[in-house]
Design a protein around this ligand. Structure first.
Ligand code: ARG
Length: 496
């Protein structure tokens, strides 16, 4: 019995320690609005080499590229530190409007519609649109696209331009995807015939994939890139000033040469299109394995936090259900039914995207994940714990009561330790579930195991190998957990 209590206390201490760590450390995904303004937060869509993309070679999750170098130069000249966040391209302007970032650099073109919602700097680079297609497909001009499936990135001017083409050329079918590498992959797997991509980006992809070619769309007006700011931002003027400076003194040109004159895409070994069958080649991801492994601590931290907080929350809820105060029971039951009755993914998106709007608190992706998972697993655990408590012999509580032991002390001292022992297998199940479901937070931009694997896949145009590797990591983690749990269970039994 003593040992069981020691275990309970240990768990409690771990939670407190972890909460301290979390609140003590600033979160890299937190926006500037909650910081003093010595740091500017930039948001970008790192699917756009050479403008912005993940460099996985260093084993760190680091966004690099032309835009990033410019942003760093500007921030430095203006005396700010720089913090970089990411989102899909179509989420960038909403992020500015929600004040989650101070500016966007993402090869973004100032269009009249965008100018209604955000302010732009002067243009720092000009590009042209191209048609990317399989070599030999002869899709070179807009009119060649008649009857073809054409891919574009959602929310870009390439999407607009493809729509314009579709008005003039018969039978053009559009397919909008969130990320440029996905569009390229769709051509490679022949699900679409062509894509509209900016020239400098198309060039990199074509170099990495010799089975692809690109042709500049003639007479298309150039699409310049500019920095976007929230409407009426005071940053526009100072940014324009230093931008003009680095244009004049040649710094910008150096960066153009650095990023646009060479092929910076990870490698081209995977360039031959997959033939029949699965030809797996894990050596291709060898250099990126450290990068994927770096997702493990985050996944574990996330699971540990959600499980302990969920256990506490679940205990409170279960007590509310059995204590016999009607309104409490009613609220706890309604709560459980809502959180068990709606998809976890939906809850996650709501918590992450709605919290800043509803409360003004700019919740980080990690916090949103832990909060959602705690709320959700608390609902499940409350039922397990309720069952566990009710299964403990009634006679015991009666005995304790008759000896004058107060209710809460009896709960803590007599009932809970036994209940905990009984429900341990169910709690282990819940932990395994949480560990695997942590992959869901990849959807709001936390670079955990799955997301790292996807980044590697996107950089190298390979899909199975990184995903299989991620699957293996999850499996090993779950096995470790199962082993740890059965040891714990054995200990608990011995302590009886
Ligand atoms: N220049 C185009 C636009 O403004 C495409 C930019 C896409 N950028 C990116 N990071 N994916 O719509």
């Amino acid at each position: 019995m003593k040992k069981t209590k020691v275990w309970l206390l240990t768990i409690l201490l771990v939670v407190i320690a972890v909460i301290n760590i979390i609140t003590g450390h600033s979160d890299p995904l937190k926006a500037a609005s909650s910081l003093e303004k010595d740091t500017l937060t930039m948001i970008t869509s790192p699917d756009y080499p050479p403008y912005e993309f993940y460099d996985t070679k260093t084993g760190e999750s680091q966004i690099v590229g032309f835009d990033i170098d410019i942003a760093k130069t500007l921030a430095e000249k203006l005396g700010f530190k720089l913090k970089i966040m990411e989102s899909d391209f179509n989420g960038l302007i909403p992020a500015l409007q929600a004040n989650r970032a101070d500016f966007v650099m993402a090869g973004m073109t100032p269009t009249p519609e965008r100018q209604k919602n955000v302010d732009f700097s002067i243009i720092y680079y000009e590009a042209k649109d191209t048609i990317v297609a399989a070599k030999g497909s002869n899709l070179k001009q807009p009119q060649d696209l008649s009857g073809k499936k054409v891919g574009v990135q959602l929310g870009t001017i390439q999407e607009q331009n493809a729509k314009k083409i579709a008005q003039k050329v018969a039978g053009v079918q559009l397919k909008q995807l969130n990320k440029v590498p996905e569009v390229v992959q769709e051509i490679k797997s022949r699900r679409i015939d062509a894509a509209i991509v900016e020239d400098t980006v198309a060039k990199g992809f074509a170099q990495a994939n010799p089975d692809l070619e690109f042709n500049v769309i003639p007479s298309e007006e150039a699409s310049g890139s500019a920095i976007a700011f929230p409407k009426n931002s005071t940053l526009v003027a100072p940014f324009n000033k230093v931008l003009q400076q680095i244009k004049d003194d040649g710094t910008l040109n150096q960066l153009v040469n650095k990023w646009f004159s060479q092929n910076i895409i990870a490698d081209s070994t995977s360039s031959t299109p997959a033939k029949t069958g699965l030809n797996l080649d894990f050596t291709r991801i060898l250099p990126d394995i450290p990068f994927i492994l770096r997702g493990i601590p985050l996944t574990l931290l996330f699971t540990l936090l959600s499980v302990t907080l969920g256990l506490i929350w679940g205990t409170i809820l279960s007590l509310a259900k059995i204590i016999g105060i009607k309104p409490l029971t009613w609220v706890a039951n309604a709560y459980t039914s809502i959180f068990r009755g709606t998809p976890l993914l939906l809850q996650l998106a709501l918590v992450y995207y709605a919290t800043p709007q509803l409360t003004g608190y700019d919740i980080s992706a990690l916090e949103a994940g832990v909060l959602t998972f705690t709320l959700n697993s608390g609902a499940y655990m409350s039922e397990t714990i309720r069952g566990g408590i009710q299964a403990v012999d009634k006679g015991q509580s009666e005995a304790a009561m008759s000896m004058g032991v107060p209710y809460w002390l009896m709960m803590w001292d007599v009932i809970m330790p036994q209940a905990l022992k009984n429900i341990l297998p169910a709690l282990v199940n819940e932990t395994i579930e949480l560990l695997k479901d942590s992959a869901l937070v990849s959807t709001i931009g936390v670079v955990e195991i799955l997301r790292s694997a996807q980044i590697v896949g996107a950089n190298k145009y390979i899909y199975f190998e990184p995903l299989l590797f991620a699957g293996l990591i999850y499996y090993v983690l779950v096995m470790g957990l199962t082993f740890g749990a059965s040891t714990l269970e054995r200990r608990l039994r011995q302590s009886e």
